[in-house]
Design a protein around this ligand. Structure first.
Ligand SMILES: [Mn+2]
Length: 393
């Protein structure tokens, strides 16, 4: 049987306030074409379907449309929520989805059998079991007693052992249901040994180890990391399909793809990746304003972050650079300069300096003395609160 694994759609995501819904639409058309062309038996979607817990209506509409297109082509789909998704939001797709083989698994019920979706091959001769583990948030896994008052280490190990239990129960149940079926597992998780490859590392997602993953299934479809990658340390064949668009400038060098899995009962699956070509490229261009303006042609089908090297024409040309189509961010190159007075090295631009240090500088500058420790502690606390609130989860 053949399956297409795709992940981290993040529909509704904007880039510097610009909509990307057209790009999502184009890349979904591309994915549907691949699924049809390869005649896959199902499309597997491993979470972060939406970027926000309350996605904009146009995002919901596009996801419903995409799943309907697959259903119309007689291609079942299996979907789990990721850490960005609100399971309740995905559950709204379920009542109608159930009628057309759009399988949405959102709840880690006590009844493990509800996490297993059977898929039959087109000729009806083969059967696959898709074991689904929706994203397990620490909040939903740790009871109040285990959460409150426990140290971070204890919370982490308690969480990890529970996730391991879930995987074990799922694998056992799959074997019990049908030992001879093709076995695939879907999960959305942060594997500690992997490279994130995106700008969204969240402190609210606890890492797990590849050793927790089921050891005797034919393929584990993973979601969360935006860089497509295999997990060599896992006992079963496992992959992150990665996101389908370059989501932010941190992903600008990544070619995006989907995974094609071909599996026969009892044999190792063969896995290949198929490149995705729709969506804009994210570019970062460094140089003096005049040079950047000369590259305008390259920016037509891209989102561009410009890093200006200041020169005598910068002020005059900066607005023209910002007005180029595709340019959505502009900053200045950080240049090290020697401060004559005390010989200290300062960076031109403060992006890499800790906030506390910047605040201290500001305070010294205004008040001509150092901030007292109480004030610094207050600053730290407020800064922490503010940064956590901004955390994308
Ligand atoms: Mn994601």
């Amino acid at each position: 049987m053949k399956f297409l694994h795709t992940s981290d759609w993040h529909v509704g995501r904007t880039i510097r306030t610009r909509s990307r819904i057209d790009e999502h639409q184009a890349v979904f058309a591309e994915i549907i074409d691949i699924a049809k062309h390869e005649k896959v038996d199902a499309v597997l979607i491993t979470g972060d379907v939406f970027h926000e817990r309350r996605p904009p209506l146009e995002a919901e509409e596009l996801v419903a449309q995409t799943l309907a297109d697959l259903a119309r082509a007689q291609i079942p789909s299996v979907m789990i929520p990721g850490n960005h998704d609100d399971p309740y939001c995905l559950r709204t797709l379920k009542p109608l989805g159930d009628l057309v083989q759009v399988h949405v698994v959102t709840d880690c019920n006590v009844d493990v059998s509800s996490l297993i979706v059977p898929i039959h091959s087109r000729n009806g001769k083969e059967k696959a079991l898709i074991g689904c583990l929706p994203y397990l948030s620490p909040h939903s896994v740790l009871t109040a007693a285990e959460g409150v008052g426990a140290s971070e280490d204890v919370r982490l190990t308690t969480y990890q052992s529970k996730v391991q239990d879930y995987f074990r129960a799922l694998e056992n149940e799959m074997q019990r249901t049908d030992r001879n079926a093709i076995s695939l597992v879907l999960a959305h998780a942060h594997l500690a040994e992997c490279e994130f490859g995106g700008g969204e590392v969240s402190s609210n997602v606890f890492p797990i180890n590849a050793g927790f993953l089921p050891a005797h299934v034919q393929y584990i479809a993973l979601g969360h990391m935006h860089r497509p990658q295999a997990i060599p340390s896992a006992s079963s064949q496992a992959r992150y399909a990665g996101s389908i668009l370059q989501m932010d400038f941190g992903e600008r060098d990544q070619k995006k793809s989907v995974c094609l899995i071909e599996a026969r009962p009892g044999k190792p699956a063969s896995v290949t990746t198929i490149d995705l070509n729709k969506g804009k490229w994210l570019l970062r261009r460094l140089g003096p304003a005049e040079e950047i303006l000369a590259q305008a042609e390259d920016f037509v089908d891209a989102w561009v972050e410009v890093v200006l090297q200041p020169d005598k024409r910068t002020l005059e040309l900066k607005e023209h650079v910002l007005a180029l189509p595709g340019v959505i961010a502009l900053r200045f190159e950080e240049i090290e300069t020697k401060n004559g007075e005390n010989g200290k090295t300062w960076k031109w631009g403060n992006r890499d300096r800790p906030a506390r240090e910047l605040f201290t500088d500001y305070y010294r500058n205004k008040r001509k003395n150092d901030p007292d420790p109480q004030l610094l502690a207050l600053f730290d606390r407020l800064y922490q609160e503010e940064s956590t609130a901004k955390d994308e989860g």
